[in-house]
Design a protein around this ligand. Structure first.
Ligand SMILES: [Zn+2]
Length: 416
């Protein structure tokens, strides 16, 4: 009969959350701690110290992942992996990512105080640079673990022409060390990430916890429309080749296509006219957009409809339209057996939960390449995230930490 698991102590979690939140860039809005800044480096030293105070063996790998290990009692081989990230978007909040890292530390304390010895190693990870950086890339740390950070990624340039490799070097990281960061598929028993939902579903349904079924895939595109530049005062409407209007028609099509799937969304990022002048008919227009869905089959349909819309909106105006699709990121299913185990662990604590999918990307997408991956979601007040108003109640965080710790115990008993 295993020892009963103690209850989390909410005030300990709150203290850690408050202390970490104070490490923010004072020149940016909200609770900002973007990667490649001094305050982010400082915050990671703080997290490392908290890991050591939680009796973990701490090291930083070649890409900058902060890894704290609680050695197992000898089953050897595979490790249980838990964690999230502590970097933020600019103008972000205090809970995105941080509850997964600091919550994992409270889970370790619970295991210790309950006298529970794991057979497997437990790795608590603060993944490096989860949020999209100025190179347009996200999840650098977990990508490196999953052997999914390529020379092409490292050659990506920012607006000033600097490469990602150079940015890493400026942080004291050597890109040559990245291949050695990779974990092999047979060293991960399972990975778990506790995270805020960042959407309104759990709150709307009155659920304290969510078990994630899948993480949305993303298809990003860039459409270019080439029309004819004319005098806006003298050119009759019927005789125009207005590239801007073709782009505008496509914006509305993206809204319609995004509304056509059960959990699909479509969003326009930017739209730019050349020239930007009211007295000239647009000669050229550029539009960037993305679609997301957990349904891999839906993307084929969305792609077809978008291309038809660009063609239709262009043709009726005598404009030439073209679409460039960026490499798609397919939806990632969470492991069904692991999700079931998480659900049983939550039920075993006497709580309800909701199964839901994640429209936001997470490190769990990369971890799923290495072994069974699962996520536990916590409610976000008003569904707000990536804003200073982001909020999750402490009682919900404590519930999630309890569920995380109970799931770790169950995974430890798994026979792979
Ligand atoms: Zn996050």
């Amino acid at each position: 009969m295993p020892a009963p698991l103690r209850q989390p102590e909410p005030q300990r979690i709150q203290q850690d959350l408050q202390d970490l939140a104070l490490l923010r860039d004072p020149d940016l809005a909200g609770w900002s701690r973007p990667t490649f800044t001094g305050v982010e480096r400082e915050s990671r030293r703080w997290v490392a110290a908290r890991m050591r105070a939680t009796s973990l063996d701490v090291h930083v790998d070649g890409i900058g992942n902060l890894i704290g290990v609680l050695p197992g009692q000898g089953a050897g081989g595979k490790a249980i992996v838990v964690g999230s990230h502590t970097d933020t978007v600019e103008g972000g909040g205090r809970f995105d990512g941080t509850v997964g890292v600091l919550g994992a530390l409270e889970a370790v304390r619970l295991l210790e105080e309950s006298g529970i010895k794991l057979r497997h190693d437990l790795r608590v990870v603060d993944y490096f640079n989860e949020e999209p950086n100025r190179f347009g890339l996200s999840c650098l740390g977990s990508r490196a673990l999953a052997s999914n950070l390529s020379p092409d990624h490292l050659a990506t340039v920012d607006e000033d022409g600097a490469t990602l490799a150079e940015a890493l070097q400026s942080q004291g990281l050597d890109p040559a060390d990245i291949p050695a960061c990779a974990w092999s598929a047979n060293e991960v028993l399972a990975s778990l990430e506790l995270h805020i939902e960042q959407g309104p579903i759990l709150e709307q349904q009155g659920a304290g916890l969510g078990v994630v079924t899948a993480i949305a895939g993303i298809a990003r595109l860039r459409a270019v429309f080439k029309g004819r530049r004319d005098h806006a005062g003298t050119r009759p409407m019927a005789l125009r080749q207005d590239a801007g209007c073709a782009a505008a028609g496509t914006v509305l099509a993206i809204e319609a296509i995004g509304s056509s799937g059960a959990d699909a969304v479509g969003t326009v990022g930017e739209i730019r006219f050349t020239p930007e002048a009211t007295n000239v008919v647009s000669e050229e227009a550029l539009l960037t957009a993305e679609f997301r869905s957990s349904d891999a089959g839906w993307f084929g349909l969305a792609r077809e409809q978008l291309e038809q819309a660009v063609e239709r909106e262009s043709r009726r105006r005598g404009v030439h339209g073209s679409v460039l699709w960026l490499p798609p990121e397919p939806p990632t299913a969470m492991d069904p057996r692991l999700s079931e185990l998480i659900g049983r662990s939550i039920a075993g604590l006497g709580h309800d939960f909701l199964r839901l999918y994640s429209g936001a990307g997470h490190d769990a997408v990369q971890l799923a390449r290495l072994g069974p991956a699962g996520m536990i979601f916590l409610p976000s007040k008003d569904g707000r995230s990536h804003t200073p108003e982001e909020w999750t109640d402490l009682a919900d965080i404590a519930l999630g930490v309890h569920a995380l710790a109970a799931s770790i115990v169950q995974i430890d008993g798994w026979e792979p």
